[in-house]
Design a protein around this ligand. Structure first.
Ligand code: ATP
Ligand code: MG
Length: 446
């Protein structure tokens, strides 16, 4: 993309109404624009990152054997009356009447809708296990929407639902989700720690929340510092293997890590030596639940077992805050100049800065670099504006592309351009070909 042809409405002023750094940077970098309280338009660059995150989530869910689909945002109140949650959900639910005076709602989550689909089409244990998921906009009429996309009213969520014949099979689905979530967050350059949590209005006994440590997080968390040394890395886990998935769960959840809702000070002291006890703030970027037969019993979602008797299916639901993740990633990865995108989610793979726009040698070299990168399957952002070098660097630093190639007549005389890492600030001179090779290598799939 050439910057002169793109739509990147960067703000010069720091927006005064944004309280936390990720919100300020998303506004300044022209990624979002508030449409009304807690509701945002996703401007092109924000939308690009949103899509990258969504893509990682899809890939990892599909890898785990979960099946993508799409349910609507608007739902009929009837199903929620069946489960008993229409009255329970309270004011966070946006209730709407259609022209026939029927009660509708903008879905805050989808347990009812998916259970209705299941009971209509599945009747035998032979069709299990089954995990369906979608990535769809949700609406929760939060009392205090704030922090930009972190606590919106309309937000994008991945929610998945497993249907299993018994508790053991459902717990395998739970563990499988834990593994796929660890992989997903790491691909986004994030460390998200699974913590024992409270199940809230969804109900059920087993639940973990995934928290990204950040001072601006809304949750208070308590954990054993050893947990931050754990990396999922590139290990191969067979998602069908009950033992392999359970081993990952045990490794990542055996140490003390809880949100304030489930924190137990006495247990914390008993389990964790003082030097390793930490309390901090965290951003919840996902949650997994096993809730057994709560919805299947209320809504009659049963399957016939081998002997023909019908039993309610065991279920769980599993959510990732896709739009909140943009804020969480920026909170975890920025400096005083702007965003520092992890390579896994960056909107463009690298920036090209032309130090002397209009100089035919520099212009030609930039055009060549640009086409060569595109030919390698990469997406560069070429700053081809007639601007001073300082202004171009400031924009690149603000929008946070991990790599920048700087091209100017003086370097070209020596046959070199400069490759700079946004994270370390380190620059290296090399031939344009070498720079292309390096960038291609950084983004090469293993
Ligand atoms: P919270 O405690 O932050 O209100 P929750 O526990 O009610 O969230 P879940 O029902 O577990 O949320 O939803 C799954 C994920 O969706 C959460 O882990 C979070 O990342 C994201 N999410 C929930 N509410 C919002 C919101 N208002 N804005 C953006 N993302 C949200
Ligand atoms: Mg939650």
């Amino acid at each position: 993309m050439r910057l002169t042809r793109y739509f990147l409405p960067v703000l010069k002023e720091t927006p005064s109404d944004a309280q936390i750094v990720s919100h300020r940077l998303m506004l300044r970098a022209g990624m979002i624009k508030q449409a009304s309280a807690g509701i945002y338009s996703w401007l092109p660059m924000g939308y690009k990152v949103l899509r990258r995150i969504e893509h990682i989530v899809h890939e990892e869910q599909i890898r785990a054997g979960h099946i993508p689909m799409l349910m609507p945002t608007l739902q009929s109140a009837d199903l929620w009356r069946e489960s008993g949650r229409y009255d329970d959900y309270g004011q966070e639910m946006l209730r709407i009447k259609d022209r026939h005076d029927r009660d509708m709602l903008y879905g805050p989550t989808n347990e009812e809708l998916i259970t209705d689909i299941f009971r209509a089409h599945v009747s035998s244990y032979k069709d299990l296990p089954l995990t369906l998921y979608h990535i769809q906009w949700k609406f929760r009429d939060e009392i205090r929407p704030r922090f930009g996309v972190m606590r919106g009213r309309e937000f994008l969520m991945k929610d998945g639902y497993n249907f299993d014949i018994d508790k053991d099979a459902a717990l395998h689905a739970y563990n499988r989700h834990l593994v796929s979530y660890l992989r997903s967050y790491e691909r986004m350059g994030l460390q998200a720690i699974p913590m024992r949590a409270d199940s809230g209005p969804i109900g059920g006994d087993d639940t973990h929340e995934f928290l990204v440590l950040a001072d601006t997080g809304e949750s208070e968390v308590f954990y054993d510092s050893e947990i931050t040394d754990l990396k999922f890395g590139d290990r191969a886990v067979d998602y069908d293997s009950v033992t392999q998935c359970r081993a990952v769960l045990e490794e990542f959840t055996s140490r003390y890590a809880r949100t304030d809702e489930t924190h137990d000070e006495a247990l914390f002291h008993a389990q964790v030596p003082e030097a390793r006890r930490r309390s901090a703030r965290g951003i919840e970027v996902g949650q997994i639940f096993y809730f057994g037969t709560k919805y299947s019993e209320a809504m009659g979602a049963t399957v016939a077992g081998p002997d023909g008797t019908r039993t309610p299916v065991h279920m769980g639901s599993h959510g990732i805050g896709v739009s909140r993740l943009l804020g969480a990633i920026i909170e975890a990865s920025h400096d005083d100049k702007g965003i520092i995108w992890p390579e896994g989610v960056t909107p463009f793979h690298c920036g090209i800065v032309n130090l002397k726009q209009g100089d035919s040698t520099a212009d030609t070299a930039c055009e060549r670099l640009y086409s060569a990168l595109v030919a390698r399957g990469l997406e560069p952002l070429y700053d081809d504006r007639n601007e001073r070098a300082g202004a171009k660097f400031a924009t690149m630093d603000l929008i946070g592309l991990p790599w920048r190639i700087t091209v100017g007549p003086r370097g070209l005389d020596k046959g070199v351009v400069e490759l700079t890492s946004r994270r370390t600030g380190d620059s290296e001179e090399m031939s344009p070909e070498a720079a292309i090779g390096r960038v291609a290598q950084i983004y090469a799939q293993p």
